[in-house]
Design a binder for this molecule. Structure first.
Ligand code: 4NP
Length: 175
């Protein structure tokens, strides 16, 4: 759950408004809660705080639930806390976040058709500088697979979250 909810337009007028990041998948119980937790973990390691970070699903079937137990298990093994309670994305999110990040091409397409602003919408793996987004655009949905799928997704998300933090740091205004 995002902790600060001031509108994007008003925040953008502040001299040092921090970026705000929304990770989006289908159910908001596997990939995007992992992305949210990993991003917060890596940001804390870098001494970065005060960013608005949240996750949501394009679907609402799991609203109110914590992460899938397999996502929680891999996160615990890797020392990452997952604060997410699932929710469905809403139109206000398109105003609230500077970075809206889709886990796969299907989520990306759905977000565009819901009205997400294309200039603030990107695929998660596009932030991983070691990855070819053309050959494999998706963080694959691990929901119907085994535990090993969650391990692979975790590694993909680590690489993409590190790349996202690098990009945010490179674009941060001089203080
Ligand atoms: P997620 O995975 O989009 O990574 O959270 C899924 C979770 C639930 C369902 C599909 C994908 N589902 O069909 O309920």
């Amino acid at each position: 759950m995002a902790r600060r909810n001031k509108g994007l337009a008003s925040r953008m007028t502040e001299p040092s408004a921090p970026p705000s990041v929304l990770f989006v998948c289908l159910g908001n119980i596997c990939r995007s809660p992992l992305a949210e937790g990993i991003f917060l973990h890596l940001a804390a390691e870098r001494g970065i705080d005060g960013m608005i970070v949240d996750s949501a699903g394009t679907g609402g079937w799991h609203a109110g639930e914590g992460p899938d137990r397999r996502a929680s298990a891999v996160a615990t093994t890797r020392g990452v806390h997952l604060p997410s309670i699932a929710r469905q994305i809403e139109r206000a999110d398109f105003e609230r976040f500077t970075h809206i990040i889709a886990m796969d091409a299907s989520n990306h397409e759905n977000l565009l058709s819901m009205g997400a602003p294309a200039e603030r919408l990107r695929l998660m793996r596009s932030y991983d500088p070691s990855h070819s987004i053309q050959s494999a655009p998706d963080v694959p949905d691990p929901y119907y697979g085994g535990d090993d799928g969650f391990d692979r997704v975790f590694d993909m998300l680590m690489a993409a979250c590190a790349g996202l933090l690098d990009e945010l740091a490179a674009n941060a205004p001089e203080r």
